[in-house]
Design a binder for this molecule. Structure first.
Ligand SMILES: [Zn+2]
Length: 201
C-alpha cells in the first residue's frame, strides 16, 4: 500500500503509515515491552521508525504507564488531595516531600515512587489518623523552631509573657519553656546593662 504512505515529519520520506490496534510501550534503553495499550491509533514511519501520536493517544499511553506500575494517576492524586480540602503545599507536607516535587506529580511531569503512592492511598483510607497527627506534629516542630529562631534574632524583650503568648504554650515542651525563660532572663539582663529599657534593633 505504498500510495497510502504519507510524508514523515521527521525524516521527510514517504513512509508514514496509519496504524491501529495494540500499542506496545517499550523501555527507551532496553527496548523491552513495559506496557500494552489496547485499541490505539497512531502513525508510524517505516524508514526512521518514529511514532506519531495525537493528544488523545498520548494521554492513553501516559495513563497506561501509571497503571502498569500500579500508581495513582496525576488526576487521581489531585482528586484525593482536594477531597480533604488541602492545598498542594499542605499535601506535600503531609507526605514529607517538597512542594515542587508534589506539584510535578500532580502535573504528570514526574512519577511518584511506589512507597509514596502507597502513603497517599493510606491517607485516603484513613485521613484523620494520618493527616492530623502528621500535621500537628510538624506544626509543633515548626513552632518550636520559630521560637528558637526568634530568640536568636531579638536583641531586647520586655518580658517572658510576650514571647510565650505569641506562640502558644501548648506548642512548647517543658524543656523549651525552661530554655526560653532562661534565654529571656539573660537577654533582659544583657540589655538592661546596655540601654535604659528602650528597644534597639
Ligand atoms: Zn521517518
Amino acid at each position: 500500500m505504498r500510495g497510502k504512505a504519507k510524508e514523515c515529519p521527521l525524516c521527510g520520506r514517504e513512509s508514514l503509515l496509519h496504524k491501529s490496534g495494540e500499542y506496545l510501550i517499550r523501555h527507551p534503553k532496553t527496548n523491552t515491552i513495559v506496557a500494552r495499550v489496547p485499541d490505539l491509533e497512531w502513525e508510524e514511519c517505516l524508514k526512521c521508525g518514529e511514532h506519531f501520536l495525537d493528544d488523545k493517544a498520548i494521554s492513553k499511553v501516559e495513563e497506561e504507564k501509571y497503571r502498569s506500575r500500579g500508581l495513582l494517576l496525576p488526576r487521581e492524586l489531585k482528586t484525593i488531595r482536594e477531597s480533604f480540602g488541602l492545598t498542594q503545599l499542605q499535601m506535600a507536607k503531609a507526605l514529607d516531600v517538597g512542594e515542587k516535587t508534589y506539584c510535578r506529580w500532580e502535573n504528570g511531569l514526574s512519577m511518584q515512587t511506589k512507597a509514596l503512592d502507597r502513603l497517599v492511598r493510606l491517607i485516603a483510607q484513613n485521613p484523620k489518623g494520618l493527616l492530623k497527627n502528621k500535621e500537628s506534629e510538624r506544626e509543633q516542630a515548626g513552632k518550636i523552631k520559630s521560637v528558637k529562631e526568634y530568640l536568636e534574632k531579638i536583641k531586647w524583650l520586655s518580658g517572658s509573657k510576650f514571647a510565650l503568648a505569641s506562640y502558644g504554650r501548648s506548642a512548647i515542651g517543658d524543656a523549651d519553656k525552661e530554655m526560653i525563660t532562661k534565654a529571656l532572663r539573660r537577654k533582659k539582663e544583657e540589655s538592661g546593662v546596655k540601654n535604659n529599657g528602650r528597644e534597639h534593633r
